[in-house]
Design a protein. Structure first.
Length: 451
C-alpha cells in the first residue's frame, strides 16, 4: 500500500510551486488541450458539444492563471514579511517558515491575495461553472428542444427507471420485458434503487431543461462538495491549499467536468463519499454513515468505499453509529425492489454487469481486465478471479493495518478502487475519477500536524 506520509510530502512540493499557480496553469492548459481534442475528434455528439464549450472556459482559466503568476512574481518583498507577522512570527525572510508562508499564501492583501488560496478557490468555482454547469445546461436546453445526441445513455436510463418506479414500484424491468424492447440495452438499470430519485422530476413534470437528471446530479454534487469543503477548511493556508487542489480533482478536472455535463451519475456518488470522509474526519460518524449510505443506495461502486470507512469507524469505536446509516439506507432502498420483483433486480444489478445479461455492457475501455476478458480463453472468468484475489489481498491488508485517520482510509479506498477498475472485465476510463479524487482528498483529510 502507498505511504500517505511520503505521498503527502511529494504532493506538497508540487502544490507549493508559485503558491499553487504553477500546477493550476498545467491543469488548465492540459484541460484546454483535452477539450479541443474532444470537440474535434470524439465520436460521441454529447462529448463534442461539451468540448466546444468547455474549451473556452479552460482557455480563460489558463490566461487568468498566467496573469496571477505574473502578479505573484512581482509581489513586493514587504508583503512577504507581513505574511510572517500575520502568522504571529518574527522571522527573517530567508528562514524556512517564511519561505513556506510566502509560497503557499502568496503574501497578504493586494497582489498577494490574488495569488492566494482564496483567489484560487474562487477561480476553481468559476471554472467549474464554465466547463461543467454551462455545457450541462446548454445540452439540457437543446435536448428539451428536440436536438438528438445531447445526453448519454445513462441519463435516459435513470429517467426511465424513475418513471418505472412510479408505475410499478420498482426501477427494474424483468428479463422478458427487456427482451421485448427494440433496444434491450436501454432496458437495463445497473444501479441501486436510490439512483432513480434523480429521474423523478422528469417522470413527474415531463420534459424540460430543468427536469433533466443531470441538473439534479449537479445540484447534489455541488451541495455535498460545499459541505465537505466547509468541514475541512481550518483557516491554515497550507491545508486549505491542499483542499483547493482536492476540489479541483472533483470538479474542473476534465474527467469530472465531461462526465457531469454529458452523463453525470457518478458525480453525486463521488461527492457523497467525499462528504462521508469529511464528516468522519471531524468525528461525526453517524452523519458520515448517512452520507455513505446514500451513495451506496445509488451505486455498487460505493460499497467497497463504505467498507474501508467502516474499518476506520471501528478503530474510533463508532462502528455502530456509522453502520446504522451506511448499511441501513442501502437495505431500506433495496427492500421495495426485492419485494416487487427480486428476479428483475438480479437481472439488472448482478447478471448484466457480470456479462450474463441479454446484451453486453457498453463499458469497454481497454484496461487490463477488459483485455484479458477479450483475448484470453475463459478470460472473463480469469479477470473476475483476479479481481476477487485482489479484493481479498486488500481486505487482509486492511485487517492487519486498519486506517488510523480519514486520510489513510481515503488513500486505501483509492488504491482498492484503482485495482478494481483496472481488473474489471467491463470498465470505463471515466470510473478513474473515483481513485483520482479520493487520492487527492486524502491529504486535507489527514489530521493536521501537532503544533
Amino acid at each position: 500500500m502507498p505511504r500517505p506520509g511520503a505521498a503527502g510530502r511529494l504532493w506538497r512540493r508540487v502544490d507549493h510551486a508559485a503558491g499553487g499557480l504553477a500546477a493550476d496553469l498545467g491543469l488548465y492548459a492540459l484541460s484546454a488541450l483535452f477539450a479541443w481534442s474532444t470537440a474535434s475528434g470524439s465520436t460521441l455528439a454529447a462529448h463534442r458539444a461539451w468540448g466546444a464549450v468547455a474549451l473556452w472556459g479552460y482557455l480563460a482559466a489558463t490566461l487568468l492563471t498566467v496573469a496571477h503568476l505574473v502578479l505573484h512574481r512581482r509581489r513586493p518583498a514587504r508583503q512577504d514579511r507581513s505574511t510572517c507577522l500575520a502568522h504571529g512570527r518574527k522571522c527573517a525572510q530567508d528562514t524556512p517558515d517564511c519561505q513556506a508562508s510566502r509560497t503557499i499564501t502568496g503574501g497578504s492583501g493586494g497582489i498577494g491575495a490574488v495569488a492566494g488560496v482564496a483567489g484560487r478557490a474562487w477561480t476553481t468555482a468559476g471554472v467549474w461553472v464554465a466547463v461543467a454547469v454551462v455545457p450541462l445546461v446548454m445540452q439540457a436546453v437543446q435536448r428539451a428542444g428536440g436536438v438528438l445526441g445531447r445526453a448519454q445513455e445513462e441519463v435516459l436510463v435513470v429517467e426511465e427507471s424513475a418513471r418505472r418506479l412510479l408505475d410499478t414500484g420498482t426501477p427494474y424491468l424483468g428479463r422478458d420485458g427487456i427482451a421485448a424492447l427494440p433496444e434491450p440495452l436501454l432496458g437495463y438499470t445497473p444501479y441501486q434503487p436510490g439512483m432513480a430519485v434523480f429521474g423523478l422530476p422528469r417522470a413527474v413534470f415531463g420534459p424540460a431543461w430543468w427536469t433533466d437528471a443531470r441538473v439534479w446530479f449537479a445540484v447534489a454534487t455541488a451541495v455535498a462538495l460545499l459541505l465537505a469543503a466547509r468541514l475541512l477548511r481550518d483557516g491554515t493556508a497550507a491545508r486549505d491549499a491542499l483542499l483547493v487542489r482536492a476540489l479541483q480533482a472533483a470538479t474542473v478536472l476534465p474527467l469530472c467536468a465531461l462526465t457531469l455535463a454529458t452523463g453525470g451519475d457518478d458525480l453525486p456518488v463521488l461527492a457523497l463519499c467525499l462528504l462521508a470522509f469529511a464528516l468522519a474526519a471531524r468525528g461525526r460518524f453517524g452523519w458520515s454513515g448517512i452520507a455513505m449510505g446514500a451513495a451506496a443506495a445509488m451505486k455498487l461502486l460505493a460499497w467497497p468505499i463504505a467498507l474501508v470507512l467502516g474499518a476506520y469507524a471501528l478503530v474510533r469505536r463508532s462502528g455502530g453509529r456509522y453502520a446504522a446509516g451506511a448499511a441501513g439506507l442501502p437495505v431500506l432502498a433495496l427492500i421495495p425492489a426485492l419485494l416487487v420483483d427480486s428476479a428483475a433486480f438480479v437481472e439488472n444489478v448482478i447478471r448484466f454487469p457480470t456479462g450474463h445479461g441479454l446484451v453486453t455492457s457498453p463499458a469497454a475501455s481497454p484496461l487490463l481486465g477488459w483485455l484479458i476478458a477479450r483475448h484470453v480463453p475463459g478470460g472473463r472468468t480469469v479477470a473476475l478471479l483476479l479481481l476477487l484475489l485482489a479484493g481479498l489481498a486488500i481486505g487482509l491488508w486492511l485487517l492487519r493495518h486498519p486506517p488510523r485517520d480519514a486520510g489513510t482510509a481515503a488513500l486505501i479506498s483509492a488504491t482498492g478502487l484503482l485495482t478494481a477498475i483496472v481488473l474489471m472485465p467491463s470498465t470505463r476510463f471515466g470510473y478513474l475519477l473515483y481513485p483520482v479524487a479520493l487520492a487527492l482528498w486524502a491529504l486535507p483529510l489527514r489530521p493536521p500536524p501537532s503544533r
